[in-house]
Design a protein around this ligand. Structure first.
Ligand SMILES: Cc1cc2nc3c(=O)[nH]c(=O)nc-3n(C[C@H](O)[C@H](O)[C@H](O)COP(=O)(O)OP(=O)(O)OC[C@H]3O[C@@H](n4cnc5c(N)ncnc54)[C@H](O)[C@@H]3O)c2cc1C
Ligand code: FES
Length: 365
């Protein structure tokens, strides 16, 4: 009997507390309607206060870059505020420099709209669209990398620069009850504008990559947004070095094919770093491309080939291979895509070879 009474009192207290939280949330966090004044009055939105700036803008079809779905782990959702927006949160601090904080830059996923705000959004973000697409082809490329062909349904055409990325929404599965969104670089050509290709490496335990590798099937519908990002070809050099590892090959593939299709007068070398032969993909595709085009050179390198790999190509870390191949990088540009560790090491080598850091462009993931 005393046990039953204890259980009953505990559940009564818990229920009362839950009701109080709901009531206080309804009344204390009722910020009413707030106005978002964008780019000196170019657009004025009326939104219901209480949500993040990122989601308030998305509800109005203004899509700010985001690769983590608002978890404060990507730092891509920066927005410049001209009005007072309260103190920067500890979750934002790792992604903002002192200068950015002084300029009023905030992570829009962390900033709750509680009052009228004045902000600036770069014009190109107004061109970002949300698309309904159908998965038309899934191809296994390696033991942990899949390629997805998505056909655009509504709208049915996209305009993007080679190197940019899209966001995709996952759907709930198993114990994952919520949809998340993540960033994936476009691997296909801008001229192929009725669809896009994505290359996705499985992150063990990762919410979106598990959804894509194990649950997404040909014929399924998906929601994607984009294009985002400033990792694309810049003017100013006739000789380009591309370096990629893993799924970092995706934006580089789009760039190389785009340059060749447009017949731009550029000399290109593409270094692809992997561990063993089972991590290599698109080898035939790039080998044939190099045979066809004198201005394109392809160097796949393995850092730890297995004996049975019977590997005849370059051996070593991709950084060492670049160091061996390139004599003087001063007049080149570097385009790098892969893990943060690989990119940081590649930047060091390229700088050592004479390339200044402002001519090195990268996407780290
Ligand atoms: C601009 C941009 C472009 C991108 N393009 C691509 C692309 O073309 N192809 C692609 O496969 N990925 C790409 N990514 C990475 C992608 O957005 C996801 O972060 C990644 O797929 C993991 O998502 P997830 O939901 O499966 O893992 P989550 O559920 O987010 O993470 C699960 C766990 O794995 C860790 N983790 C997350 N990512 C990695 C990783 N890459 N390696 C090791 N551990 C990790 C997390 O810290 C977490 O602990 C890109 C990211 C950015 C920012
Ligand atoms: S959306 Fe990733 S940090 Fe804000």
């Amino acid at each position: 009997m005393p046990i039953l009474l204890t259980v009953l009192s505990v559940s009564l207290i818990t229920t009362t507390l839950a009701v109080l939280v709901v009531i206080s949330d309804r009344f204390l966090n009722n910020y009413g309607e707030c106005q978002l004044d964008i780019n000196d009055g170019d657009r004025v939105l009326t939104v219901t206060g209480g949500s993040s700036l990122l989601s308030s803008l998305a509800l109005n079809k203004i899509f700010i870059p985001s690769a983590c779905g608002g978890k404060a782990t990507c730092g891509l959702c920066k927005v410049k505020l001209a009005s007072e927006s309260g103190p920067v949160l500890p979750t934002e601090e790792p992604y903002l420099t002192d200068e950015e904080m002084a300029e009023g830059i905030r992570l829009s996923c962390q900033l709750k709209v509680k009052e009228n705000l004045t902000l600036f959004i770069p014009e190109e973000l107004f061109r970002v669209q949300q698309f309904k697409a159908t998965v038309t082809k899934i191809t296994q490329q390696t033991h942990d990398i899949m390629e997805y062909r998505l056909s655009l349904v509504d709208p049915s055409e996209i305009e993007f620069k080679a190197g940019q990325y899209m966001q995709i929404d996952s759907k709930p599965y198993g114990s994952i009850r919520e949809s998340v969104n993540r960033a994936y670089s476009i691997a296909s050509l801008p001229s192929d504008n009725n669809g896009i290709e994505l290359i996705v490496r499985l992150v063990p335990g990762g919410v979106c990559t598990t959804y894509m590798h194990e649950h997404l099937k040909e014929g399924d519908s998906v929601t994607i947004r984009g294009p985002f990002g400033d990792f694309y070809l810049h003017d100013g050099a006739d000789e380009l070095i591309f370096i990629a590892g893993g799924s970092g090959l995706a934006p580089i593939k789009s760039m190389v094919f785009d340059i060749l299709e447009k017949k731009l007068d550029k000399k290109m070398t593409f270094f692809f770093g992997a561990v063993t032969k089972k991590d290599l993909y698109y080898v035939d595709l790039f080998t044939e491309l190099a045979e066809k085009h004198d201005n394109f050179h392809y160097v796949p390198a393995l850092s730890g080939p297995e004996e049975f790999d019977d590997w005849q190509g370059e051996v070593g870390l991709v950084t060492d291979v670049v160091d061996r191949y390139v004599q003087d990088a001063a007049n080149m540009q570097g385009y790098l895509c892969g893990s943060p560790g690989m990119i940081n090491a590649c930047i060091k080598v390229l700088v050592k070879l004479g390339l200044s850091e402002d001519r090195i462009y990268f996407d780290k993931f």
